[in-house]
Design a protein around this ligand. Structure first.
Ligand code: NOJ
Ligand code: CA
Length: 533
């Protein structure tokens, strides 16, 4: 059994602008994160992944980078970063950084130089194409609305940007670009960071013939992304680039590579990026969109995943991130939504595969409503009201119910969520029945079991439609996970599953740990984790 740390780890995503403000300017920063490392350690997670902290004009809040080797002053200095890294390592917390190499900022010196003429040394470092002003080279569209092409008068050419126009796409076909990327990765590896999340890793190469993408929804206005991105992603050349990254990372001990694979093509694509000589992990975003909330939906999805991944690659699961509506808010309102969220949290933390938790999920933060005037995300600004953007899932972490949720003493860059009175760390620390305590418990249970972290997954067939039941089977231990997706109690005789002895480890009810018996009645939306013979 391969027990690489990242297989057994729980990874916590921090959106640095919104976690904790150390210098009281209203924007989260590195010192703020360092201040809260004890909170992170107590939560029990093994690693933090920081969304970009590098120098950036912030047109896409850090995903537009103008210097890959500098910390943006808003977040602090390199010395602050070194301190954060050291303090995290002292607590046994690994640090994963975001790497954005599909595009740079238009303020990156490379792009400025590239823009200046057609024959400067960096002239081909970006995707430049001849054309007529007003007639872009093909029909490719930006993910953030409108054409993916921008005209530059000095060169009398178009450049490609799959995101906002301030994010020009790098030309990965240029050997020097590839070399620069590898050197920048190496810079952070040498600093001792534990791994990377690679932004839109499957977009690096585009069709060299610039063929039109097939139109998917002809009725959509051009502002919306109405195409299949057939020729703008998953090109075979990308796989070679990923292999080169892996080769570099393998020179170092124990680093993890995680790909953000932006695709609609399903498991096959995640798999393509996570072969033994490619990335260690790729995000599987499917849980974010799975409907309806039913045992069958999730069971089928996980089975499919397992059948694709088998022993070749390691799965991963997320319920939310900085690009999508907070998952709790997708489950509806009130108590039932909270109960459902707890079922999904138990699923996330007991499956075979690396779980990611997005900051705030552990206290049950909901999507915040942001009035139009306060929207800052380019996606929301460009596509409103059809797409309100991502600000609602990026609001400040709610530490307490005081001024600005204890995030800052200055008005924060985004408003505080309306649920702060109930949903905050301080309150939930003191409440044994809170979401925070529940997450801590789940993480603790996972950590204590080799079976849950590394073991095989075996589903149980039952007649109960609302029940999801599976074993996690380790070398010497076995866990049984029972999830009631329904609003009615389910009576179970565990002997039917071949279980003779068991111990209750935890879940949504307050059965005492160690509680045992032969039959077990699952309450509506109950999650129960057992240790069995
Ligand atoms: C994916 C990131 O998660 C998203 O936040 C960003 O806007 C795009 N990539 C562009 O870098
Ligand atoms: Ca700050």
């Amino acid at each position: 059994m391969d027990k690489s740390w990242w297989k057994g780890a729980v990874i916590y995503q921090i959106y640095p602008r919104s976690f904790k403000d150390g210098n009281q300017d209203g924007i989260g920063d590195l010192d703020g994160i360092t201040e809260e490392l004890d909170y992170i350690r107590d939560l029990g997670v093994d690693a933090i992944w920081l969304s970009p902290i590098f120098r950036s004009p912030m047109k896409d809040f850090g995903y537009d980078i103008s210097d890959y080797r500098e910390i943006d002053p808003l977040f602090g200095t390199m010395a602050d970063f070194d301190r954060l890294l050291e303090a995290a390592h002292e607590r046994g917390i690994k640090v994963i950084l975001d790497q954005v190499y599909n595009h740079t900022s238009d303020q990156h010196p490379w792009f400025k130089e590239s823009c200046s003429s057609k024959d400067n040394p960096k002239a081909d470092w970006y995707v430049w194409v001849d054309g007529e002003k007003g007639t872009p080279p093909n029909n490719w569209l930006s993910y953030f609305g409108g054409e993916a092409w921008e005209w530059v008068e000095t060169r009398k050419q178009y450049y490609l940007h799959l995101f906002v126009k301030e994010q020009p796409d790098l030309n990965w076909r240029h050997h020097e670009v590839r070399k620069q990327v590898m050197q920048s990765i190496k810079f952070w590896l040498d600093k001792g960071v534990d791994g990377f999340r690679f932004d839109v890793v499957n977009l690096f190469y585009k069709d060299d013939r610039l063929r039109d993408n097939p139109v998917k929804y002809p009725e959509e206005p051009i502002a919306f992304n109405r195409h299949y991105h057939l020729y703008t992603r998953d090109r075979p050349e990308t796989e070679g680039a990923v292999e080169e990254i892996r080769e570099l990372m393998d020179f170092y001990d124990d680093r993890v590579s995680i790909g953000e694979v932006a695709t609609e093509l399903g498991q096959a694509q995640y798999f393509a990026y996570t072969r033994p000589n490619r990335l260690n992990l790729a995000f599987n975003f499917d849980f974010k969109e799975l409907r309806p909330f039913a045992a069958k939906t999730y069971t089928e999805h996980v089975k499919l995943n397992e059948s694709v991944f088998r022993d070749f690659a390691w799965p991963s699961y997320v319920l939310g991130n900085h690009d999508s509506k907070r998952f709790l808010s997708k489950l509806g309102e009130g108590e039932d939504a909270l109960r459902k969220a707890k079922v999904l949290a138990a699923l996330l933390l007991t499956l075979r595969g690396t779980p990611f938790i997005y900051y705030g999920e552990e206290i049950g933060m909901r999507e915040a409503e942001i009035p139009y005037e306060k929207i800052v995300d380019p996606q929301g600004k460009n596509l409103w009201p059809k797409n309100v953007g991502r600000d609602g899932c990026r609001t400040p972490m709610q530490w307490n119910s005081g001024l600005y949720a204890g995030f800052s003493r200055t008005e924060p860059w985004l408003p505080i969520g309306g649920d702060v009175q109930e949903v905050n760390v301080e309150r939930q620390k003191a409440d044994p029945a809170s979401m925070l305590q529940y997450y801590k418990q789940l993480i603790r249970i996972r950590k204590a079991s080799d079976a849950l972290r590394f073991g095989r997954l075996e589903f149980l067939e039952t007649k109960e439609e609302a029940l999801m039941a599976f074993f996690r089977i380790g070398e010497s231990e076995r866990n049984l996970v029972l999830l009631n997706f329904g609003d009615r109690a389910i009576g179970l005789n565990l002997e039917d599953f071949g279980v003779k002895t068991w111990r209750y480890l935890g879940g949504t009810t307050s059965h005492p740990v160690g509680f045992s018996g032969l039959s077990l009645s699952l309450e509506p939306y109950e999650a129960a984790i057992l240790e069995t013979n």
